[in-house]
Design a protein around this ligand. Structure first.
Ligand code: G1P
Length: 301
């Protein structure tokens, strides 16, 4: 049987974004910019670079701005054209013409439930789940993590979940895997997937990092999934069940991951991206050098 191509991705974006209140009172947290680009645009770009053709965004309240961002804006485009602001026009162009679809999750009941909303969109195909809080390799041109998972799938025909080592005391913020033996070239067979274990019960320090390539059999499991950690329907629990009937692999990511889901992670990401941004990198670098001197008490002024 020929392998089905991975052409669809699901981006869950129904969270309330409470960590960024009051900024997220009226604005979707996925629209918070890293310098000048909304975080969700990084995710969409990673998907497109990896050959994904259709993307479903599972939204909740206050998410109109996401739909508008990826829609054409005639007035803005017309004005930029008249003023011959071609560079800006190009940036605006990059956000349109993408096959984006939207569905509302009216009562957010957890990540597993958000993914279940994609059942009809996905049909009987393998697909990606891409979490908006995790940005990967935003400053280099290495093979996108989504593409790496697709490459694995083309060899194994199996679901593959991206993982990365995290400091042991942080495991309880993640889904964690119990790997079966040593990985081969970064690809692990997995014994169990555990959502948010306490550090003393975590089977390893390999944490799930927000990119999942899943076979459609996950939906039947999600439909019957009981609430787990935090009393939410957990995707990790459904993946653990899937792994009992068909193999699920874990791919260790060796690039750079940026967690924009908390304030400090968001600030670090903005600085790292700014240090590579043509318009601000020189000024930002100088500013950080001067600030370092000031904070360490070696500044002249
Ligand atoms: C979710 C998943 C968790 C995963 C994490 C990655 O948790 O449930 O398994 O490790 O994303 O960012 P959340 O961050 O939504 O609590």
């Amino acid at each position: 049987m020929p392998t089905k191509k991975v052409k669809k991705a699901v981006i869950p974006a129904a969270g309330l974004g409470t960590r960024f209140l009051p900024a997220t009172k009226a604005l979707a947290k996925e629209m918070l910019p890293i310098v000048d680009k909304p975080t969700i645009q990084f995710i969409v770009e990673e998907a497109l670079k990896s050959g994904i053709e259709d993307i479903l965004v599972v939204t909740g309240k206050s998410k109109r701005s996401i739909e508008d961002h990826f829609d054409s804006n005639f007035e803005l485009e017309y004005n930029l054209k008249v003023k011959k602001k071609n560079d800006l026009l190009k940036l605006v162009d990059e956000t349109t013409g993408i096959n984006l679809h939207f569905i509302r999750q009216s009562h957010p009941r957890g990540l597993g439930d958000a993914v279940l909303q994609a059942k009809a969109f996905v049909g009987n195909e393998p697909f990606m789940v891409m979490l908006g809080d995790d940005l990967m390799d935003i400053n280099d041109n290495s093979i996108p993590l989504t593409q790496q998972l697709i490459n694995d799938y083309e060899k194994t025909h199996a679901s593959t979940i991206a993982v990365m080592p995290v400091p042991h005391e942080e495991v309880s913020a993640y889904g964690v895997i119990a790997p079966q033996g040593e990985g081969i070239d970064g690809l692990y067979s997995v014994e169990t997937f555990v959502e948010k274990p306490s550090p003393d019960q975590a089977p390893s320090d390999l944490a799930i990092i927000g990119r999942y390539l899943l076979t459609p059999e996950i939906f039947g499991i999600l439909e019957n999934q009981a609430p787990g950690a935090g009393d939410e329907i957990q995707l990790t629990d459904a993946i653990d069940t899937l792994n009992k009937t068909q193999r699920v692999f874990a791919r260790e990511f060796s690039g750079q991951r940026f967690d924009v889901g908390d304030k400090f992670g968001y600030m670090k990401t903005s600085i790292e991206y700014g240090l590579n941004h043509p318009q601000v990198k020189d000024d930002l670098k100088q500013y950080i050098i001067d600030l370092g001197k000031k904070l360490s008490g070696t500044s002249d002024n």
